[in-house]
Design a protein around this ligand. Structure first.
Ligand code: PEP
Ligand code: MN
Length: 258
């Protein structure tokens, strides 16, 4: 890793008044895996704002393993997410899956999430380098540290250093959990890139009961924030309900770590 734009010097990312990284306190991103309806996202946003979160998440373009599963509400959902964020006074983050929707996502979202499956999509990463909007770059599910660093380099080298990294677990031989949450990556990526690193224990474990202990472990090893899936009724969720906390469970966790 010789030629690098991300030298390891600490970079702070600003989202409005919110600051992420360096010595700032951890930030809390929460919300459903998918935006499912206007009512669902509005209720979730208002209740999570009460709990004290900083950023609302919600997927509208969903990268599902099966083409027969719910694919997301797309642009209609993006508008609901924006409306919910505005109603609650929260910035919003959502996943961009392909370049053709970049302008509309740029128009509505405060942070653009690049999912695990697109970490290797170099043409998309180059396109993100040409904008200044903050990017949340999730780790590829089979990405080594070096490959993840280089994916961030793609965005930075093309001109955008507003990058937040997100450890979301990797594939290993272990299959009790959905992924193996690699917490050693947190201090390593902070040192290698200087970028803030947050942790997603929802996808990182795939098991609701593990989110509480893994959130605490993530903060203990220096994570700059947590992104957690929360749904008002996980049993009825259209995606990832098994790894989603109820709002009450999230509130309990939030209080325990504050
Ligand atoms: C998500 O955050 O909803 C998601 C699809 O995550 P990942 O890209 O990490 O699988
Ligand atoms: Mn999900």
């Amino acid at each position: 890793m010789n030629k690098k734009v991300l030298t390891g010097e600490a970079i702070t990312i600003s989202i409005g008044n919110l600051k992420i990284g360096t010595d700032n306190p951890p930030i809390f991103i929460a919300g459903p895996c998918s935006v499912e309806s206007r009512e669902q996202i509005l209720e979730t946003a208002l209740r999570l704002k009460e709990v004290g979160i900083h950023i609302l998440r919600g997927g509208v373009f969903k990268p599902r393993t099966s083409p027969y599963d719910f694919q997301g509400l797309e642009i209609e959902g993006l508008k609901y997410l924006r409306e919910a964020g505005d109603a609650a006074g929260l910035p919003i983050i959502t996943e961009l899956m392909d370049e053709k929707n970049m302008n509309i996502v740029l128009e509505y979202a405060d942070i653009i999430q690049i999912g695990s499956r697109n970490m290797y999509n170099y043409s998309l990463l180059k396109a993100l380098g040409n904008i200044q909007k903050p990017i949340l770059l999730k780790r590829g599910m089979s990405a080594t540290i070096k490959e993840w660093v280089m994916a961030a380099e793609y965005i930075a080298a093309y001109g955008n250093k507003n990058i937040i990294l997100c450890e979301r677990g990797i594939r290993t031989f272990e299959n009790y959990t959905r992924n193996t949450l690699d917490l050693a990556a947190v201090p390593i990526m902070k040192k290698e890139t200087g970028l803030p690193v947050i942790v997603d224990p929802s996808h990182g474990t795939g098991i609701r009961e593990l989110i509480n202990p893994m959130s605490k472990a993530a903060l203990a090893c220096g994570a700059d924030g947590l992104m957690i899936e929360v749904h008002p009724n996980p049993e009825k969720a259209l995606s990832d309900g098994h790894q989603s906390l109820t709002i009450e469970q999230y509130q309990k966790l939030f209080e325990e770590i504050h």
